[in-house]
Design a protein around this ligand. Sequence first.
Ligand code: ASP
Length: 331
Amino acid sequence: MSPALTAISNTGTAPLRFPHRNLLGIEGLSADEITFLLDLADSYVQQNREADKKSTILRGRTIINLFFENSTRTRTSFELAGKRLGGDVINMSVSTSSIKKGETLIDTAMTLNAMHPDVLVVRHPDSGAVALLSQKVNCAVINGGDGSHEHPTQALLDALTIRRRRGKLQGLLVAICGDILHSRVARSNIQLLQIMGARVRLIAPATLLPAAAERLGAEVFLDMRKGLKDCDIVMMLRLQTERMQGSFVPSIREYFHFFGLDYDKLSAAKPDALIMHPGPMNRGVEIDSEVADDIDRSVIREQVEMGVAVRMAVLDALTRDPAQRNAPHGK
Ligand code: ASP
């Protein structure tokens, strides 16, 4: 088991702990543990804005990015995070054979395990695959997105973006809109936001809602204007056509008309509501280009910046030695 971590939160209150060996999902994390990671990430935002961005916290450590599914920002972000902390980062992209998927996953895990990595960051098209892999290796495992199940570092970076802009998560009204059915981002965010005391609304056509959407603890809306009313945060999701078997929307044009975020629909939300999107964006499908690029309202680029800081915090937290538990991190 990896050590339990203790750190003083930036708010200067009670010590917070992070006792987990892996980060497989938001499910199972407490508000204190999430706050611990967000506070740690906050300090890395500052480090990343300095001319010298590098520290030695992960010197001698090996991080392997094992991606069975395409990724641009998540993989790059983890790579940068590992390098900024002074670790050695190796990227492996593996194409999945649909016939021997299970075998490939475990074989690859065992092979990599024999090379003694300290952290494996894994993305896989199947829900649950990363948790399965974590049982076969000795090192820490971070879920970089598994099927439509969870994408914990995305939810953490979204939370950090919101918290830095609004100063809190507690009590905010957050709308998550679009392809909720196929979205691991939605699943991780729904949990994290509720753990942290935010209220969540899900807005989607009935075909893109999970079967028991109400049981996720969020209010469900089938109409954008009604769902967006008085929201503080508007989180748009990509229409994930690669996970769709069959037709879920009549046409892209109709989808944009009813569910694409444009200024008209956005006017139902609070006047200063923030616009978010995990990327990659389908402009003109789930979001209007002008809205996405609105420098006063859109925090989409900031989300990318926060992504590196959050991944540094997670790598730091999962690799600390017992002797360093209480030490302030730094260069
Ligand atoms: N990048 C996010 C993910 O990997 C969102 C998306 O692909 O739409 O889930």
